[in-house]
Structure formats: C-alpha cells, structure tokens
Design a protein around this ligand. Sequence first.
Ligand SMILES: [Zn+2]
Length: 231
Amino acid sequence: MSRTSALWHLQTIDQELDDKTHRARQVDDALANDPKVSAARAALEADRKKLAEARGALRDRELDAAGLDAKIKELENRLYDGRVSNPKELDGLEKDAQMHKRRRSEMDDALLALMDSADQAQRRAEEQAQSLRKIEEARAGDVERLTHEKESLAKRLDELAAQREQARAALDADALRQYDYLRRTKAGRAVAQVKSESCSVCGVAVATGLLHRVRAGDEIVVCSSCDRILA
Ligand SMILES: [Zn+2]
C-alpha cells in the first residue's frame, strides 16, 4: 500500500471510529433516560394528587352533612319527645330545625358536584395510568433494541481500534504527525481524494504536475487550497 493510500485507509477507520463513538454516546443517553416515560409518570402523579384532593374535599363535606343530620335529629327529638311543652320554646325549636334542614338540602347540590369531580378525577387518573403502561411497554422494546445496538457498537469499536493500530503502525512518524495535525485542524478530514482532477473536499482543481506526484503515492502532496493531504 502506498503512503497516501495508507493515510486514506487510516482516515476511513478514524472517521468510522468518530461516528460509532458518537452513536454509542447517543445510545447510552437514550438508555439512561426516557423523557416520554418521565413525562407520563409526572402526569400520573399530578392526576393522582388531584384525585386525592377531590376525595378529601368530598369527605370533608360528607362529615359536615353528617354533623347537620345529627343536629336535625337532635332538634326533632326535642320537638317530639314531649319534654318541651312551652309553645314559644317549641316554636323556636321548630324554626331552628327548619333552618338546619334548608342548609342540609343546599349541601346536597354541593355534595353531588363534589362526587362528580371525584369521579372525573378518578377516570382521568385511570386513563393516565393506562397510557403510562403503554409507554412503558413501548419503552421495553426500545431498551431491547438499544441494548442490542450498544453491544454491536462496542464490538465494532474494538475491531476499529485494532485496525487503527495496524494502520498507524504501517505509517512513518512524519506522515502521522502531519495527519494528526490536519485531523485536529480540518474537522477530522486530513486526507482528500482527488476526483476528476480536483480536491474532493474543497473542489479546487489539482495542478497537472501535482497530480502525477499524488498518483505515485509515496510523497505527501497537499491541496493548494485547503491544505489537506491529497490521495
Ligand atoms: Zn482541497
């Protein structure tokens, strides 16, 4: 293999290493957290909190109603058990009982509304729980696929590391120094192939004299425009 072919070969390995390393990082991120599952869990938690509040409000009102019922019963007992005979006092008790009964019947509407809210909150929480289950099921499939991809990426990265070592061993120190410098400064592309007598990266034509030297392959010839090693 000529010197420039060896450099080109090294660059194809390095580029695949970059791509696969980047992808491996994305896969790790995707495995570490899933925004859809987190969002669905947070939504369910919020729905359950609303349900607990609705049930709490209903319970409070039911206790108020039970208190009123007891009070009404007590007033009626006093009205009808015959121990009170004073007409004025009986009239007072009667009015008191009427007032409590009015309040109690007003309370029924509020109780119905609260029961309705609690039912709705329960339905919403059930729907959200079901939606979370579906998202978690889909996630399980994703995790399996991503885990598989992570394994094959790791395997390929090992192969590439070994190939890279071999490719570098086949090159001299000067060529490697120039290659490494250009990889750092030219966005990872140190070597440009000549296609149709032009540099395939920047597109500038390669002088005829240079083309000859590039094709011979033993000398490092750089593009007059982008400074990349021509291959
Ligand atoms: Zn160029």
